[in-house]
Ligand binder design. Structure first.
Ligand SMILES: Cc1cc2nc3c(=O)[nH]c(=O)nc-3n(C[C@H](O)[C@H](O)[C@H](O)COP(=O)(O)OP(=O)(O)OC[C@H]3O[C@@H](n4cnc5c(N)ncnc54)[C@H](O)[C@@H]3O)c2cc1C
Length: 493
């Protein structure tokens, strides 16, 4: 972002930063321009491929409504607020900027390849009419080349990246952008754009079960969730791995849509980390994982389609009818492995999936079922509320053993052992697999091991009420090791 210069008018383009507090691009726009308009585009080129009922779209829609209200309150002017458009941003943005006679458009950097392509198109469209596009860093603390190895190359080991990230962090990086100081510059919208945010239905979408979930959208929702988590952050390291426990923050969706600023959460976690708080330390490290994968995506965009370790593209995934059948059972939460099935059903019922279950489900699909990680990655991308290309891709490749700093090829999670370890009393399993609820704690993790009497007492006929395991774990493990061993052998040649 350049030094302040005085423009008569600027346009702030909100995307995955749906808040007016501590917003880098908005701050820069307000400092540089005497009048600043705000716009949000429901971009059809991104929305059209989505299912017509999508929790992310509903969350985004409600957060845009809240942002509109917040902007007007901040401006102290009911006629300020958001201009909301529906169509391709690629063409609508330059048209709007020209019609408003602004000299510059401000926006926060998006690091996903499709967004970068779109932004380049917008930049070109704006340049054609003599308007500049200015981007700011907002979504991360450190971007692209800001945390490099001593030799100037991107880090591919998380431990080294994390150590350097923490060493480089200063109060400056976590300081909030004081948008409020310049709020008087938020402009009154010309009358033609003083329209309410279109209803979800007008955008071509239906309501989901979002309202029934403990997931409040907008800035207010983000703050409620953040305060709730901040009060138990000190326990995070002890509770985060147990899916039946309220251990994680559930803030992923707010970080994804920018209803929460990364700086405000890092500031508190970092303060507590410096006081030696183990919960805050662990949580801060998770935020570093997020940035690790974002920088990885910018440096190695081939990961979108290919294995990070390029020779891993030769792994012989089962793409045939058998693989498709296994994949369908996995998607439906009908594999016969309760922890995997409960995780997949949590995903479909809520759009959230506990991190431990994401790891177990991804490992199971790619290692034990031999199904291509890209299939699983796509399924998660369609359903996760907090879907981020960088994190989803990085973690899928980690689980499949194809990624950067991945799970070693010979370490394969056993889903039954994971279930016994992390949900010993089967509380989480019972929540999402009611058909198994009456099994005793010892048997619920592997119903096929229950005696016929126990199954009968629990009202379960295997293969009818709940599937028998779709693979033999021992055989599946051997096959997985063989697949990877072939690549390892080639490497040694
Ligand atoms: C197969 C797989 C797919 C995943 N897909 C996504 C995804 O699409 N989007 C996503 O944000 N996370 C993804 N994760 C990482 C992690 O599971 C989620 O970030 C976390 O479960 C979100 O819940 P939370 O906000 O309660 O997390 P918390 O445990 O409270 O963590 C706080 C924040 O740290 C970040 N974070 C935590 N763990 C990771 C991680 N392993 N990698 C990157 N960032 C992390 C997230 O921003 C998260 O919101 C995936 C993990 C796996 C194993």
């Amino acid at each position: 972002m350049h030094a302040p210069e005085q423009f008569d008018a600027g346009l702030m383009w909100f995307r995955r930063d749906l808040r007016c507090q501590d917003n880098a691009a908005l701050f820069h726009a307000l400092r540089a321009c005497r009048r600043v308009y705000g716009v949000f585009v429901f971009d059809t080129e991104f929305l059209d491929p989505l299912p017509r009922a999508d929790r992310r779209v509903e969350f985004m829609h409600r957060s845009v409504e809240a942002l509109d209200a917040d902007l007007r309150a901040l401006a102290g002017n009911a006629d300020a607020g958001l201009i909301v458009l529906h169509g391709p941003a690629r063409t609508l943005l330059p048209e709007l900027a020209q019609a408003l006679h602004v000299q510059a458009v401000y926006t926060n950097q998006d690091y996903e390849p499709a967004a970068i392509t779109r932004d380049n198109q917008v930049r070109g469209g704006l340049a054609n009419v003599g308007i500049s596009l200015r981007t700011a860093k907002d979504h991360v603390i450190f971007e692209r080349d800001e945390v490099l190895s001593l030799s100037g190359t991107p880090h591919t080991r998380f431990s080294a990246y994390c150590a350097q990230w923490l060493a480089q962090l200063t109060p400056f990086h976590a300081r909030a952008y004081e948008v409020e100081t310049h709020a008087a510059r938020l402009a009154t919208r010309p009358e033609v754009w003083r329209t309410p945010v279109p209803a979800l239905q007008e955008l071509g979408f239906h309501a989901t079960n979002l309202a029934q979930l403990a997931l409040l959208p907008g800035r207010a929702g983000a703050l409620t969730q953040w305060q709730e988590f901040a009060a138990r952050m000190d326990q995070y390291h002890l509770t985060r791995d147990y899916p039946a426990v309220r251990g994680p923050s559930y803030l992923g969706i707010h970080l994804r849509f920018g209803t929460l600023s990364i700086r405000e959460v890092v500031q508190l976690a970092w303060d507590r980390y410096r006081q030696g708080d183990p919960g805050a330390t662990k949580w801060l490290v998770e935020l570093v994982w997020r940035e690790f994968y974002i920088q990885l995506l910018t440096h190695f965009p081939h990961v979108v389609e290919h294995a990070f370790q390029k020779d891993m593209d030769r792994l012989p995934w089962d793409h045939g009818p058998h693989g498709r059948k296994l994949f369908a059972a996995w998607c439906a939460g009908q594999t016969g492995f309760p922890l995997v099935d409960a995780g997949m059903r949590q995903l479909h019922a809520t759009g959230y999936m506990h991190n431990r279950l994401r790891m177990v489900a991804a490992s199971f699909l790619t290692r034990q079922l031999g199904v291509d990680w890209r299939w699983g990655e796509r399924h998660f991308a369609e359903h996760l509320n907090d879907y981020e290309l960088a994190s989803n891709n990085g973690n899928w490749q980690w689980a499949a053993g194809t990624g950067c700093d991945a799970q070693p090829w010979f370490r394969i999670f056993n889903p039954t052992a994971q279930s016994l370890q992390y949900d010993a009393q089967g509380k989480f399993l019972r929540r999402y697999l009611p058909e198994l609820a009456r099994l005793p704690d010892e048997e619920i993790h592997a119903p096929e091991r229950a005696s016929p009497i126990e199954l009968e007492a629990a009202g379960i006929t295997l293969g009818v009420d709940y599937p028998a395991p779709i693979v033999d774990l021992g055989e599946a493990r051997r096959a997985a090791l063989q697949r990877h061993a072939a690549i390892q052998q080639e490497r040694r040649r």
